[in-house]
Design a protein around this ligand. Structure first.
Ligand SMILES: C[S@@+](CC[C@H](N)C(=O)[O-])C[C@H]1O[C@@H](n2cnc3c(N)ncnc32)[C@H](O)[C@@H]1O
Length: 566
């Protein structure tokens, strides 16, 4: 019976950040298995409208004082739909509370199915799903499951012939629909923008496949693949990337492992391997453990994980970074672009109120699992949504301003590495102040001007991203009748064209995301520079090091601001 109490506790606990799955797996004090709780809550959520109706019509809440609406819904779900029924001894009081009414419940459930013209439970499930998507206005959205093929361990061709063997290729993302609607024929879409990325219907589950467990495939949203691809581009063995890389805000490790995969692909067929290193770090020691685990799983031997390392504390003069030419910065942000597919399921509950006090209410203390590791048994990789916090829906302008200051400071620090030539900055926020606003701020800094940093123009971007049409915006205003941040940036059209965006709720199947690339152009440098030979390429060294940053006089307590990473 602990399963149902645990499920109620998880569903009613205040948000502690992270995906729903990771919250269950990192919660302490649960007696049931996390996998069972996750399965029960997500399955019951698919049937909530029907079950609420069945419970109301059967009148059990007015007869059984021990049941709360949510507890009743979960129990009735298992009673009617789980193969083994309610997971409790036949003598358990709560099981009896439900089973006493089995004839009534069954009759109401059958009526609900027949009313929809469905011959069996599978048809019924699909009909309910369609109803729910129509009701919440998401029937025209396609949020697929994005799967990136890891070139260190395998190739796209290999995966198409094995993991995705049973899948039929479709030419349009909208032809995927959801796994529930498409059963038994799985479909697959090969992404035209990001190499080695495929989309499958969202319900598809790879967690028990050997490809997933061996790190051959990585579940990573498409937009999250933009930064590494923007940084390393379409190079091949002839013009492979030269120099080392830094991922400054790396946990749980999706972009780091993507960088490693792209490097590995470029090295294939190259006689003399480059031996480049990727320094990957995260200020959070707990999240760094997930990062290290993901790097190991992906077989990314080129990666050195610096656990608990604050990127801002890296010394530009440290010899380890002397050969760093590219940096990827994906700092903590408001997470306002996250679509929250894996957020706590919202249940439509029975409207009948139970009579009298409930006795099931074992109040559980919510664990403070803010920093809980997401790498738990049964969940070998991070979920795409673990990259950032699930936003709580509130937009605090002061928070956004603080975040954007730290984001700008992090990018500014990246521009100061002596041999850096390429930098990317990304967020999963939709707000101007964290995106184009940070870009405008960066371009105005002393280090950017002295070293000749400019935006990587659209025509210089890798093929797949050049084709991507969603670009930077100049203004942000809340929609009519809504509140939210507003503002504008003073950037020329070419700069906005250089910025890459994605938005929730359109036909692309992505969340809100932003990325911009910076490139160092010696012709634009305003400071006296020394020319030096590095890796056969001419590099610049600015005499005056970048510590004289514009933000020196910033509020000291911003140093401590940790953002919203989970
Ligand atoms: C959006 S998440 C990164 C997601 C990651 N890039 C990925 O693709 O899996 C932001 C991360 O930045 C880390 N972070 C924030 N400020 C940092 C800093 N100054 N130095 C290093 N890491 C930092 C947070 O701990 C958090 O894990």
């Amino acid at each position: 019976m602990s399963l149902y109490f645990d499920a109620v506790a998880i569903l009613t606990a205040p948000s502690s950040g992270g995906s729903f799955k990771s919250r269950i797996y990192s919660a302490r004090n649960l007696r049931a298995s996390p996998a069972q709780i996750y399965a029960l809550t997500t399955e019951a959520a698919k049937w909530d409208t029907v079950l609420a109706d069945v419970i109301d019509k059967s009148g059990i809440l007015t007869l059984e004082r021990k049941l709360s609406p949510l507890l009743a819904l979960l129990l009735v779900h298992d009673h009617l739909l789980a193969k083994k029924g309610i997971a409790a001894p036949a003598t358990h009081t709560l099981r009896q509370c439900v089973e006493r009414h089995k004839a009534r419940l069954k009759a109401e459930f059958t009526k609900a199915r027949v009313r929809r013209g469905c011959a069996n439970i599978e048809e019924f499930k699909r009909a309910v799903l369609r109803e729910k998507r129509a009701a919440d206005g998401t029937s025209h959205f396609v949020y697929p499951r994005w799967v990136r093929v890891n070139n260190i361990r395998t190739t796209l061709e290999e995966q198409l012939a094995t993991t995705f063997k049973a899948y039929r290729r479709v030419e349009k993302l909208s032809d995927l629909a959801t796994e529930e609607e498409r059963k038994p024929e799985p479909r697959l879409f090969i992404d035209p923008n990001i190499p080695d990325l495929v989309a499958v219907p969202f319900g598809a589950d790879f967690t028990s496949s050997s490809a997933y467990k061996n790190g051959e495939i990585i579940l990573q949203d498409k937009a999250s693949c933009f930064p590494a691809y923007l940084l390393l581009g379409d190079r091949g063995s002839v013009d492979a990337w030269e120099g080392d890389l830094v991922d400054g805000c790396a946990a749980p490790g999706n972009k780091t492992t993507h960088l490693a995969s792209l490097l590995a692909k470029q090295q294939k067929g190259k006689k003399k391997k480059g031996g480049q290193k990727i320094f990957s770090m995260d200020a959070s020691t707990v999240r760094s453990k997930t990062l290290a685990k993901m790097v190991g799983l992906a077989g990314a031997d080129s990666v050195t994980v610096l656990q608990g390392q604050d990127f801002l504390a890296l010394d530009h003069e440290d010899e380890r970074f002397a050969n760093v030419t590219g940096l990827l910065l994906d700092p903590s942000c408001s997470g306002s672009g996250i679509i929250g597919r894996d957020e706590v399921p919202q249940f439509t509950l029975p409207v009948t109120q139970p009579k009298g006090p409930k006795s099931h209410g074992k109040k559980r203390k919510r664990e403070d699992d803010d920093e809980g590791s997401k790498a738990t048994p049964g969940a070998p990789q991070a979920e795409p949504t673990d990259e950032n916090d699930i936003p709580d829906g509130t937009i605090d302008p002061e928070r956004l301003t603080k975040l954007s200051s730290i984001q700008a400071r992090i990018v500014e620090h990246a521009l100061g590495f002596p041999n850096a030539t390429h930098v990317t900055y990304s967020t999963c926020s939709i707000h101007l102040i964290e995106n184009e606003g940070v870009v405008a701020r960066i371009l105005g800094t002393r280090v950017a001007k002295e070293r000749g940093w400019r935006l990587l123009r659209r025509d210089e971007q890798p093929d797949g991203l050049r084709k991507w049409s969603k670009r930077g915006v100049r203004e942000e205003h809340p929609a009519e009748g809504e509140t939210g941040p507003s503002g504008s940036v003073d950037l020329p059209d070419e700069a906005l064209e250089a910025c890459i965006r994605s938005w929730q709720g359109d036909a692309e199947g992505l969340g809100g995301f932003f990325v911009a690339g910076f490139v160092r152009d010696p012709a634009l440098a305003t400071a006296p520079v020394q020319q030096t030979e590095q890796n056969g390429e001419t590099e610049m060294l600015v005499e005056d090091e970048a510590n004289a940053e514009d933000d020196d006089e910033e509020d000291a307590d911003e140093e401590d601001w940790g953002g919203f990473s989970d």
